[in-house]
Design a binder for this molecule. Structure first.
Ligand SMILES: Cc1cc2nc3c(=O)[nH]c(=O)nc-3n(C[C@H](O)[C@H](O)[C@H](O)COP(=O)(O)OP(=O)(O)OC[C@H]3O[C@@H](n4cnc5c(N)ncnc54)[C@H](O)[C@@H]3O)c2cc1C
Length: 380
């Protein structure tokens, strides 16, 4: 092997090296809990392109916020389907109506794996909504470049590290490219997610069809999960009672290690940052409805685009210092890191039951169900 794999030790799996390698010597392996890169030493010609393209090896200062808004799309169907206020869908629909192409994260057939796909392959509906699982970039950067070189308008939406990887891969700025990322707390293990689906399939005696991580069953602000099975049955759970969500959102133990120290979480390379506008009560007079997006504009290109599509939004302008609350890197304590390691070691031995210790016990469970059933009734 000519390129020492240790340079990948901080790897975010952004996809840049995979896309740039001229001999396809780099592969993404999914045998362990998290995706890992592997270099085939027989194919590697030692050109060093993978090292140079890596946004972790060659960090750049990118983020410079121009403006921010809180709001939601006037298309209520899209807001219901989207994770927050449907901001992504507004930008995506504009690009599509101009004969452009949108790249984003889509589930594969049985909602087992998440891959970056384009609207030339799947309908936009497949790209909207957050998929709380490690995603694979595949050769999408190469395909983005082809479209850009053909002068097509391109919107690429992915994790902050993926957008950083794409920008490094492209090497130059394109007027016809808009990039979009989100306030990303990190991606959970594809393996733990698949173990979780295996368990649900056994319980429901059917293959999984569709997974919705943001069904808004109890309203936008209450995380829940809905899994639809091929036999027509459904699993619905509040996130606080669901093992996958408890491991991810509530404990944060199942998140990829390098996401915990992500350097793109507070230095976004994207033109637009999206987030849930959780602090709407404090910073705006907006009503939550079925969800609110926080949209942060980072470039003149994005500002121009927002001005074109703004009549599709119900929104309020926000003061910058109020908007950035949600795009700061979280700090993890030493105690957290130790507990996460204990959890993952236990997981390797006993699988999903390792999460049981963190699920609420009977009385707290009943309290959570009672409180949220009232919420659901009030929502109706
Ligand atoms: C893993 C993850 C963690 C997040 N953490 C936070 C958080 O801590 N705080 C917060 O305010 N917001 C967070 N978000 C963002 C939030 O969930 C919404 O995606 C955002 O508010 C945009 O909502 P929307 O309604 O405009 O668009 P949506 O319809 O939700 O569109 C979301 C876009 O994200 C892309 N996407 C979804 N899943 C993935 C994935 N696995 N990999 C790459 N791209 C993906 C899709 O392609 C789509 O383009 C997170 C999102 C994800 C995917």
């Amino acid at each position: 092997m000519k390129n020492n794999i240790s340079v990948f030790s901080e790897c975010a799996n952004c996809g840049a090296c995979y896309n740039i390698c001229p001999t396809n010597a780099i592969d993404v392996i999914g045998n362990g809990l998290f995706y890992e890169l592997k270099v085939d030493s027989d194919k590697c010609i030692g050109c060093g392109k993978c090292i140079t393209v890596c946004p972790i090896n060659t960090p750049e200062k990118h983020q410079s916020i121009i403006s921010a808004i809180g709001g939601f799309s006037k298309n209520s169907t899209m807001v219901k389907k989207s994770s927050s206020g449907g901001a992504f869908s507004v930008f995506a629909e504009y690009v599509l109506s101009n004969n452009g192409i949108v790249f984003g994260a889509a589930f594969n057939e049985n909602s087992r794996y998440v891959e970056i796909k384009s609207t030339d392959e799947v309908p936009l509906d497949k790209l909207i909504r957050s998929k709380y699982v490690e995603s694979e970039v595949g050769d999408s950067f190469i395909r983005v470049k082809q479209q850009l070189d053909n002068s097509r308008l391109v919107l690429f939406c992915g994790c902050p590290c993926q957008v950083a990887g794409l920008k490094r891969f492209l090497e130059k700025d394109y007027d016809n490219l808009i990039t979009c990322d989100f306030s990303c707390g990190g991606l959970p293990s594809h393996k733990i997610y698949n173990d979780y689906l295996d368990e649900l399939e056994n319980k429901f005696n059917s293959k999984v069809g569709f997974v919705n991580f943001r069904p808004k069953t109890y309203g936008w602000e209450t995380y829940a999960i809905k899994v639809e099975f091929e036999n027509g049955r459904e699993y619905n759970s509040l996130s606080l009672l669901d093992p996958f969500f408890v491991g991810f959102i509530h404990k944060h133990y199942t998140v990829r290690e390098n996401c915990l120290t992500c350097r793109f979480a507070d230095n976004h390379y994207a033109d637009i940052i999206l987030a849930d506008f959780w602090l709407y009560r404090k910073f705006s007079s907006l009503q939550k409805g079925n969800g609110l997006s926080l949209v942060i504009i980072n470039s003149n290109k994005a500002e121009k685009l927002f001005n074109i599509v703004k009549e599709k939004f119900e929104f309020e302008n926000l003061e910058l210092e109020k908007a950035v609350y949600n795009i700061k890197k979280p700090n993890y304590t030493e105690e957290f890191n130790i507990n996460r390691k204990i959890f993952l070691d236990t997981y390797q031995k006993i699988g999903l039951s390792a999460i049981n210790d963190y699920l609420p016990k009977r009385f707290s469970k009943l309290k959570i169900i009672f409180k949220n059933t009232i919420k659901k009734i009030l929502k109706r």
